[in-house]
Design a protein around this ligand. Structure first.
Ligand SMILES: [Zn+2]
Length: 266
């Protein structure tokens, strides 16, 4: 039973953080070896300390060697995490050229409007091409990152958050707009809107900021490095942009009227 519990914990930690499962195994192997400090709390505290030290001091060094770098985590940057849980879970790694592109884009955005920064959601794990960052199957090679839409409150702009995770608070289509979610769900893709369960708290007093979101998408498609952008059809229609880099992700994925999926060329 005890082994099964460890297997479950290691699996969950690996799925959520990539490195957490290995840290868990090494930590418990160490306490078994020294045969001291057997209290559960000692082991758990030791795990947390080692995990945090690795996450913020060691992993960035090794990830760089294997070709990925962490996105900024300080508020002083113009590129910011939507939620600090993302870097805490090592889900903010990208290829260096994607980081450079995002930093330039964020600086440009902020130089045009001091109230705005570019906020990122899930990117990739630090290591191993092909290792997916669930639930995003394609975020597995350092070339992908999700970005937040912009919202306003009482016409005031800023990096406002309708959902704590950045996912699951949708910009619903109006009655006259094409409803992709309805189409996908009636075609049997029941999971299409399941991110509504992943908000970790949401608010409904914000208004989708079409203009600033559109400006961000324009900057992304204008960059030669950009390969494609995935966004829900009714949002694309509202933005009135025609560019073959802007695409619909298909019903097998999840709905994209809560964030922008951005990816760069190989
Ligand atoms: Zn994505």
């Amino acid at each position: 039973m005890k082994i099964l519990a460890h297997v479950i914990i290691v699996s969950i930690l690996t799925i959520i953080t990539q490195i957490g499962g290995i840290v868990w195994i090494m930590n418990f192997a160490f306490f078994r070896w020294v045969k001291k400090g057997n209290s559960k709390w000692t082991k758990l505290s030791s795990f947390l300390v080692i995990y945090l030290l690795l996450t913020f001091l060691i992993i960035p060094i090794f990830a760089k060697i294997s070709g990925r770098v962490p996105l900024p985590i300080t508020k002083s940057d113009n590129l910011i995490p939507h939620n600090y849980i993302t870097p805490l879970l090592n889900r903010h790694y990208v290829k260096p050229r994607l980081k450079t592109q995002l930093l330039e884009l964020a600086d440009k955005t902020n130089s045009e409007n001091k109230l705005l920064k570019v906020s990122y959601l899930d990117a990739n794990f630090p290591f191993i091409d092909g290792f997916p960052l669930l639930p995003h199957l394609s975020h597995n090679d350092g070339r992908k990152v999700d970005l937040s839409f912009y919202y306003t409150k009482n016409e005031k702009e800023g990096n406002l958050k309708p959902s704590n995770t950045g996912y699951g608070a949708f910009v619903e289509p109006s009655d006259t707009e094409y409803n992709q979610t309805k189409e996908c769900k009636s075609a049997g893709y029941w999971h299409y809107d399941y991110t509504k369960f992943l908000t970790l708290g949401s608010r409904n007093d914000l208004v989708f900021d079409l203009e600033n979101t559109r400006n961000l998408v324009i900057k992304l498609v204008q960059s030669p490095l950009t390969q494609k952008i995935l966004i829900e059809p009714h949002i694309n229609k509202r933005m009135n942009l025609t560019n073959n880099k802007i695409r619909f992700q298909g019903c097998r994925a999840v709905r994209h009227d809560d964030h922008i999926h951005h990816q760069i060329n190989n």
